[in-house]
Design a protein around this ligand. Structure first.
Ligand SMILES: [Zn+2]
Length: 151
C-alpha cells in the first residue's frame, strides 16, 4: 500500500472568509488528489480534496464542491461552501480506529465515529477511517465465522 498526493496549481479567488470574517478577501484555491495505491499500480481509493487558504488569516478551509465549480461563484457563495478542515480530534479518532480495528464492536464503533468526524474535511484522516472501517468489517466477518463454528 502506498499513498500518493497530486497538487494542482493554486487559483486565486475572491471569497468571504468564514474564519476571520473578511469579505471578498483573496484566497488560494487548491485541488489535491489523494490516491491509495496497492502494489504501486492499482488505485484502491481516490479522494479529491479542494482547499481554500485565506490571505488574511491564513486559515485553510475545505470545500465539498470541486474547484471547477467554485471558480466564477460570488465571494459569499464560495464562503457558504467552505468548512473548517478536520480538527485534531478527527485525526486522533482515525488513528485510534486503525489501532482498534481488530477489536470486536469497539473497532466498528471507533471506525464509524472516525468516518463521521473526517467525512466532510477529507484528506488522509478520511482515507485512514475508510481503511479502518474496511478492516474492521473483515474482522467482524471473521468473528462471526468463529462464533458460528465454535458453538
Ligand atoms: Zn480569513
Amino acid at each position: 500500500m502506498r499513498g500518493e498526493t497530486h497538487h494542482a496549481e493554486p487559483t486565486l479567488i475572491d471569497f468571504d472568509c468564514p474564519g476571520c470574517g473578511a469579505k471578498g478577501v483573496e484566497g488560494r484555491l487548491t485541488e489535491q488528489e489523494d490516491r491509495l495505491n496497492l502494489l504501486y499500480v492499482v488505485t484502491v481509493l481516490k479522494l479529491i480534496n479542494t482547499y481554500v487558504e485565506c490571505s488574511e488569516c491564513r486559515a485553510v478551509f475545505t470545500s465539498k464542491a470541486r474547484a471547477a465549480e467554485i471558480v466564477g461563484l460570488s465571494p459569499s457563495e464560495i464562503g457558504a461552501r467552505l468548512a473548517p478542515p478536520t480538527d485534531f480530534i478527527g485525526c486522533a479518532m482515525a488513528v485510534l480506529a486503525l489501532l482498534t480495528c481488530w477489536a470486536p464492536i469497539v473497532g466498528l464503533v471507533m471506525a464509524l465515529i472516525a468516518l463521521l468526524l473526517t467525512f466532510r474535511a477529507g484528506g488522509w484522516p478520511k482515507i485512514v477511517s475508510i481503511v479502518s472501517l474496511s478492516l474492521t468489517g473483515v474482522a467482524h466477518v471473521f468473528f462471526l465465522f468463529i462464533a458460528v463454528t465454535h458453538r
